[in-house]
Design a protein around this ligand. Structure first.
Ligand code: 5CA
Ligand code: ZN
Length: 404
């Protein structure tokens, strides 16, 4: 489906750096992306039943930095994202509000696009809604069934964890932790008849009052994890460079998705790199649509320049869990004003060392805190290079996504 408008990327002098990221599965920081050529990234998109909150924005801005660092290093980037436009929480919200689930998803997706464009997030090349690719998803479930990795339970189809030799490799969690998180995040460990409590739903047979699609599995709709596996495989192929999302997706979503991909293709790893951003909280709890403790990007944009919102996100390391406070917005606004005043000068200190610092810091597991400090230092110093302000404007734009 339609994504959103792309920000213009200034070209920077010299060469970008090879990106290193903390890999969730390897549990260490290591190079991510190809040595040369196209980099391929899949990032899980929103379930569009409510507006974009700061937690979502933090995740998409994080992977936008990956995109920018790769491009700066000369890689074309093939970026794919999904939209979970049919799922239980969306159907429940539509029912509660007495609206058609399709209208709810379309309206919230529109708002998400506007927020992403305002935050200058580079759009994916393919932005794929689940309802656009039900056939492809059903086809993948059929493939898993043919491989003996799926079984029927009262018309629903489950993935058999016993068929997945790499299950556990992404998260490294114990079985007890997995069971807790599975129950907490949409799974059904206690459904009678399952062969293993961690087996997960691939295809949900039609229920009265729920949307459904015809398929070789009978009428129904996809389970959650299989949508991302199908969309990633069909658009990027196996062994793509990076699978990303917030840390709440490590388990079950990315663990189960990787096993689906492995069993379907025979190739491991499903993604060469796996990275996760931290959780943004409000009032001491993770911001989530189900809890309702949300700061919406669209509402915040009434009070803050979108570039200040982006700067506030960048002022934390992407893997940190942190809490939103209005003071963060004020500090980011003040920083934005300082930077704008500094690049409006006729001259300034040589900017090439600052460019090198920002490149080095971002390439080192996206250390945005140090990258912002490097720009702060340039802005606070005096110098007589007439080309420096324009170069700083360009580097802040291309690498950090901040338009001054
Ligand atoms: N549609 C699925 C992924 S296939 C989903 O998780 N949607 S979501 O709307 O719940 O979340 C979208 C993205 O935002 C996910 O990557 C999720 O990890 C991230 N996210 C959700 N809440 C937060 C939060 N409080 N802080 C940081 N990231 C968050
Ligand atoms: Zn996903």
């Amino acid at each position: 489906m339609r994504s959103w408008s792309a920000p213009k990327l200034p070209h920077l002098p010299g060469a970008g750096r090879r990106l290193r990221l903390f890999d969730t599965a390897a549990r260490e920081t290591r190079p991510v992306g190809p040595g040369e050529g196209e980099a391929r990234m899949y990032v899980c998109g929103v379930t569009p039943y409510d507006a974009t909150h700061l937690g979502h924005a933090n995740t998409y801005v994080t992977f936008d930095l990956v995109n920018r660092v790769w491009r700066d290093a000369g890689h074309p980037v093939h970026y794919v994202q999904n939209a979970t436009d049919v799922d239980d929480p969306l159907l429940e919200r539509a029912e509660r509000d007495g609206v058609d689930w399709r209208d709810l998803a379309a309206g919230e997706t529109d708002k998400y696009r506007a927020d992403m464009a305002a935050l200058r997030v580079i759009p994916p090349r393919e932005y794929v809604a689940v309802t656009e690719v039900i056939d492809q998803i059903a086809e993948l479930v059929v493939r898993l069934r043919e491989k003996g990795a799926a079984y029927d339970l009262d018309g629903d189809v489950y993935f058999s964890v016993a068929a997945a030799p790499k299950f556990g490799a992404v998260s490294g969690y114990s079985e007890a932790e997995m069971l807790d998180l599975f129950a907490e995040r949409g799974g059904d460990p206690d459904r009678p008849g399952k062969r293993n409590r961690l087996d997960w739903l691939l295809w949900r047979a039609e229920r009265p009052g729920e949307p459904s699609w015809p398929s070789p599995l009978g009428p129904g709709r996809p389970g959650w994890h299989i949508e991302c596996t199908a969309i990633a495989l069909n658009n990027l192929g196996p062994g793509f460079d990076l699978m990303g999302g917030g840390s709440d997706l490590i388990f079950p979503h990315h663990e189960m998705g990787a096993s689906e991909g492995h069993v379907a293709t025979g190739e491991w790893p499903f993604a060469k790199g796996v990275a996760h951003s931290g959780m943004v909280a409000l009032d001491g709890e993770k911001m989530s649509k189900s809890r309702g403790n949300l700061v919406f990007v669209s509402a915040l944009r009434n009070d803050l320049d979108p570039m200040a919102i982006r700067l506030a996100l960048l002022s934390h390391h992407y893997r940190a869990d942190w809490e939103w406070t209005p003071a963060l917005g004020r500090a980011a606004t003040e920083r934005l004003e300082r930077w704008r005043a500094a690049v409006a000068r006729d001259r300034g200190p040589d900017a090439l060392p600052s460019l090198a610092q920002v490149r080095d810091r971002l390439a080192d597991d996206l250390d945005t805190v140090a990258a912002l400090a490097a720009v702060d230092a340039w802005a606070a110093a005096d110098g007589d290079d007439p080309d420096a302000p324009a170069l700083v404007r360009d580097l802040v734009d291309a690498l950090l996504g901040i338009a001054l």
